[in-house]
Write a protein that binds this ligand. Structure first.
Ligand SMILES: Cc1cc2nc3c(=O)[nH]c(=O)nc-3n(C[C@H](O)[C@H](O)[C@H](O)COP(=O)(O)OP(=O)(O)OC[C@H]3O[C@@H](n4cnc5c(N)ncnc54)[C@H](O)[C@@H]3O)c2cc1C
Length: 412
């Protein structure tokens, strides 16, 4: 097989957004890079496919805000290099009960990071949106300019193309079965299910919902990353209001704090439809998915009805799409050296917990830094360490029962 037996500086396992951005970053630095993907490139069986992902700098945790700001520059840089758009800018709008702790932390984080923002009360929101966004009593809105919609499949394709242009080798239908140290050569040996062997000075595992399985197979380490089956829903906008709720009409990306946590993007990919979905899902095995749409119970419909009264045509979505989250118990990413026999030669990046896409470019930069320089500047990696699961009692897989969203359930 072509390339089998070859030696690379960096071998990356998994060609979702994280692996593709890492391949680009490492190839850009002149390194010999191999990116291996178990399925077709741009497949729909992981987490990085589809029509839209939100980018926003508003996070309760200030370390994510800094990462998003860097990422937004890297998105623009990559777009200029390729010559087409994957990142469509629009403001971002968070809403929630005024006393919601997470929303309050978001505001504190905006202040700490000097993110220009504007806090609006219920009346000001009604005025700003001419009655098209209604908040309950005691709710507030937080308006920020850094928002937008990223086209996921197109963005992954963009980074793969840029990586190829910089000399990276990309191979699909290459399921990695083994990663081990070659005692003779001292390198990392990566073996695929068809028997191909590749040697790398360094290896990066960006296997999304398969991270737990793969890491356990190659190192015995049990990383609490739980795949969740989730669903995206598109709702039909009432005739005559399509422009008001569209990105071209200036409508923001948005999120609703509280229970349930709701997120949405303005009408863009399907004219006349708006994406409004609930954050969460139910545990699944990434190799045995039912593909059955998730049922949304009334609280989500009530949310839509209450905030966008008269926006949607009916109480049912017109399109539902299946996707997977890779959840950690605390919702923070995993970005760390695997350690053990691998020392600092293998890095794992997973558990992006339903909010990682926007940060693909900065995560790619960090992963390239880690494997090529041994450290990454400008990011607080302490939050993403593997060791935290041993130190913190929340790092127990049983805790996932608390995380499963009650509004999303299998409909079988
Ligand atoms: C419905 C939904 C909405 C979301 N909305 C947002 C949003 O608005 N904003 C945001 O920032 N984020 C959002 N996210 C989260 C974001 O999409 C994910 O965090 C991100 O796509 C994760 O990328 P990844 O590369 O880690 O995983 P993946 O995209 O799953 O990539 C991992 C890849 O590794 C491959 N692989 C696995 N095992 C092997 C192996 N053994 N050998 C070879 N290849 C292997 C897989 O096939 C896969 O292609 C959303 C996610 C979903 C599902």
């Amino acid at each position: 097989m072509e390339n089998s037996g070859d030696q690379f500086d960096v071998i990356i396992v998994g060609a979702g957004i994280m692996g593709s951005c890492t391949a680009y970053q490492a190839a850009k630095r002149g390194r010999k890079v191999l990116l291996l993907e178990q399925f077709d490139f741009l497949h729909h069986r992981g987490s990085s496919h589809g029509e839209s992902r939100t980018i926003r700098a508003t996070y309760p945790e200030h370390y994510y805000s800094s990462m998003v700001i860097e990422s937004s520059h890297l998105w623009e840089e990559a777009q200029s290099e390729i010559g087409y758009r994957v990142y469509f800018k629009t403001p971002h709008f968070d809403v929630g009960p005024a006393d919601d702790k997470s929303l309050q932390s978001v505001i504190t984080s905006c202040q700490a990071k000097s993110i220009p923002h504007c806090i609006l009360d219920r009346r000001q929101v009604a005025e700003k949106f001419s009655g098209k966004f209604n908040l309950p009593e005691n709710w507030i809105g937080l308006w920020t300019e850094l928002g937008g919609v990223i086209k996921p499949t197109k963005a992954v394709s963009m980074f793969q193309t840029l990586a190829i242009q910089r000399g990276a080798v990309l191979r699909d239908y290459m399921e990695v079965k083994e990663i081990k140290r070659d005692d003779v050569k001292g390198d990392i040996l990566v073996i695929t299910s068809n028997g191909d062997k590749y040697w790398g000075n360094k290896c990066v595992v960006t296997a999304g919902a398969w991270t737990k399985k793969l890491v356990e197979t190659v190192s015995g380490l049990e990383v609490p990353i739980q795949p969740l089956n989730t669903t995206v829903q598109y709702w039909r906008i009432k005739e005559g209001s399509e422009k008001d709720y569209s990105l071209t009409g200036g409508f923001p990306t948005f999120a609703g704090y509280g229970d349930p946590y709701i997120y949405g993007t303005p009408s863009l990919e399907f004219p006349g439809l708006i994406k409004i979905a609930v954050h969460g899902g139910y545990p699944c095995d990434p190799d045995k998915r039912s593909w059955v749409p998730v049922l949304i119970t009334n609280p989500v419909n009530d949310w839509i009805e209450g905030k966008f009264c008269g926006l949607v045509e009916s109480s049912k979505p017109v399109i539902t799409q299946s996707c997977m989250y890779s959840m950690t118990p605390d919702g923070d990413f995993v970005i760390d050296f695997l350690g053990g026999d691998f020392g600092r030669d293998v890095v794992v990046a997973g558990g992006f917990s339903g909010h990682g896409f926007k940060m693909g470019p900065v995560v790619g930069r960090i992963l390239a830094d880690l494997v090529l320089d041994g450290e990454a500047q400008g990011v607080e990696l302490s939050h993403f360490r593997l060791g935290r699961f041993e130190e913190n009692p929340k790092g127990n897989l049983k805790e996932f029962d608390d995380q499963v969203c009650p509004y999303l359930q299998p409909s079988e």
